[in-house]
Structures are given as C-alpha cells and as structure tokens.
Design a binder for this molecule. Structure first.
Ligand SMILES: *Cc1c(COP(=O)(O)O)cnc(C)c1O
Length: 383
C-alpha cells in the first residue's frame, strides 16, 4: 500500500511554460513584429536563417549538409520519401516501437510500413532489418527514439549489402545527438527533425526540417514543399504545401540558441540518475547506448520490474511519470490491419511492459532528481 502522507516534493513532467522566459518572449515578439512589418511571410527571411543555422550545426566532416524547412516532423519524413519516388508497391522498414508518425509517413506516400524489432537501446535491430528485406524494400527508417541513435554503421552495412537501399533517419527526437562525431543525418541520405513542443528544439506550434547530403534531394525537397513551383508560373512536378511557417521560423531561430545548453543539462542530469539508480540493477535498468552515441535525452526511459506498481507509487509521491509507448505500433489497430500479431516483435513487446519515462528536463533541480531516485529506491525496499 502506498503511504497516505502527501508527497514531500512534486516533480512535474511538463516544462513547456518554462521554455520561453519573459526576456526571450519579448525578443521573439519583437522579431515577429519585424516580420509582420516586412510582409515576408511565405518562405521569408527567418526560414532562410534557420535553414542556414541548422545546416551549419549539422555539417558533416566531409560533405555539405542541406537543410530544408518544412511544416512539421512528419512532413520532414514524407518529403524525402516522395523525393525518392517511393510509393505504391514499395516497402519501407522501420522500428515497431516508434511514434506512429514514422509509419504514417510511409503509408502517406502509398508505401507499406514494415515494422521490425528493436534492441535494448530502444532503436532498430539491424538483424531484424536483414530478415525483413524483400525485393520491394526501398528504404530503411531507423528511429533515434529517446534521442539516442540507432547503430548507424550496422544499419548502413545492411542497406549497402542490398543494392543500396536508402537510409532516412527519423531524428524527430534527436536534434543535437551525435554518432561517432556526426550529427543525425550525417551517416545517411536524409533525416527528418521535428520542432514540436515536446521535441528537443521547439517552436510555438509545428515546424520541422529535412536535412540531406544530396544536392539533388535538396532541390527536389524545395520543389515538393512548395507545389513543385520552379518559378512563380511553372510547376515542374506535383508537390504540396509543406512549408515551415515564417513565424515559427522566427521562434526556431531563438530556440536553436538554447539547444546546446538544454542538451548539456539533460546529459548531466541523466548521468546523475544513472548513478543514483545503479544500485537497483538489475531490477531497474538505466538507458544504454551504442558505442560512440551522445544522446539528447529527449526522454529518459528506465526498464523496471513491477513497472505498474512502481508507476502508481511514483505518481502517488508526486513524481509525474509516463510510458512512451504502452502499445507497440505493430499491435495497435494500424499494425494489426497490416497483419501483425503478438510475438512478431518480442523485444518491443517485452519493453512495452517494463518501460517508464522519468521526468528529466533542463529546468529540474538536482534535488528533484535525487527525490525521484529516492522514491524509486523506497518502492523496491518494501518488496
Ligand atoms: C514527434 C515525432 C514525429 C513527428 O513529428 P511532428 O513534428 O509531430 O510531425 C516523428 N517521429 C518521431 C519518432 C517523433 O517522436
């Protein structure tokens, strides 16, 4: 039974109201005022500026990185799939534990999402990719869930062995993560980033970015996001309105400046939780990462024995925990409609019953994290 006493501390999960303090808001509003005065609303100068900043931030060791501002993180995956001509009759492999948007993007271009199992870092298992490849496989979308990165060398090795299947990274949660020194998108053909409020770098609504190493894809993405218009009067291909709003680009130009601080703080706090929870192994497993990965900790997910009991205990004690996600995609209705059944992705299924997302963000204090850890210790002391 949980204690009747009220919690001695509250550790909220949400931090959205803290992200834009008054001085930052004032600066953003002044910039929005300037935009309104300019009338440069459609793919305006703030869009060019944020594209420039992201491309500089993500520049690889050898090649240029192109960054194309789009409406949201989902569009940031749909457009490169379209640019590659992937559609009806094609298969695209992705991870069964992802947020639905990844598979939704695949389905929205008319292709079939192929959902495969993950490893203990919560990212796609390269051996499971290998087993899922068919002559129809056109692309693989590793998902950098929680902001840790998939084993990109292994994923790329599978892709190249099979007549150069394209690799597109779902980096929605991983802006600022690196793999052996390269940013997300640095070891593949393209990557999609989200600026949704719950992602690493956020705007006041929706926004996103596709990054690519291919000049031809950069050009095609720019066409696709803007009705295929080569000039004002000539559409050369059919496209859509997938543009990032210039107003959100203003916000993004501010957000990107606090990103390095936010990531550094999250890494520091994750290290603290790792240390405080280490004595509870193996009942509690802290996050692990592939060699050479520096994660963003978009979320900090543990695997816990008696997860549901622990979750109730933490909620009772003022610690706002979540589960990302309780039902793997292949067992949701969309997955079952594709023919998946329990047992198809055993690791993802086991994890769904063990994972617990702890509150971890740059606005918490070390005291709050110590309280979270102590509350977890207290739960297991009584079992
Ligand atoms: C959030 C998210 C998306 C979609 O991004 P939106 O900006 O919300 O469209 C795609 N993939 C993953 C893994 C995400 O977490």
């Amino acid at each position: 039974m949980s204690v009747a006493n009220p919690p001695t501390m509250r550790v909220p999960y949400s931090y959205l109201q803290k992200q834009f303090p008054a001085d930052v808001r004032a600066a953003i509003l002044a910039d929005i005022d300037r935009l309104a005065e300019s009338g440069d609303f459609t793919l305006g100068y703030p869009v060019k500026e944020i594209e420039q900043r992201v491309s500089e931030m993500m520049r690889g060791k050898l090649e240029p990185t192109f960054a194309v501002g789009v409406a949201n993180g989902t569009e940031a995956l749909i457009l490169p799939l379209r640019a590659l001509g992937i559609g009806h009759g094609d298969e695209v492999i992705t991870a069964a534990n992802t947020f639905v948007a990844t598979a939704g993007a695949i389905a929205m271009v008319g292709a079939t999402p192929v959902l495969v199992d993950v490893d203990d870092t919560y990212t796609i298992n390269p051996e499971a990719i290998e087993r899922a490849i068919t002559p129809r496989t056109k692309a693989i979308i590793p998902v950098h869930l929680t902001g840790t990165m998939a084993d990109m060398d292994a994923v790329n090795a599978v892709a190249t062995q099979h007549r150069g299947i394209t690799v597109i990274e779902d980096a929605a949660q991983a802006m600022g993560a690196t793999y052996k020194g390269d940013h997300a998108g640095g070891r593949s053909h393209a990557a999609g980033i989200s600026f949704h409020p719950l992602k690493m770098m956020n705007v006041w609504g929706d926004g996103g970015m596709t990054v690519t190493r291919w000049g031809w894809m950069d050009e095609k993405l720019r066409l696709l996001r803007n009705h295929g218009l080569e000039t004002r009067d000539d559409a050369t291909i059919f496209g859509t309105n997938g543009r990032i709003s210039s107003l959100q680009a203003v916000v993004a130009n501010h957000g990107i400046q606090r990103l390095p601080w936010a990531i550094a703080k999250r890494r520091e706090y994750a290290a603290l939780l790792d240390e405080l929870l280490a004595p509870l192994a193996p009942r509690v497993k802290t996050p692990i990462h592939h060699d050479g990965v520096k994660p963003t900790y978009a979320t900090y997910i543990i695997r816990a024995e008696q997860r549901d009991g622990l979750r109730a205990h933490l909620l009772d004690n003022g610690v706002d925990v979540k589960v990302h996600y309780p039902v793997p995609l292949h067992l949701q209705t969309v997955g079952r409609n594709l023919g998946y059944a329990p047992g198809d992705c055993p690791n993802a299924e086991r994890q769904a019953n063990e994972i617990l997302t702890l509150p971890l963000n740059e606005y918490l204090t070390p005291d709050q994290l110590a309280y979270v850890a102590e509350s977890i210790h207290a739960f297991y002391r009584t079992r």
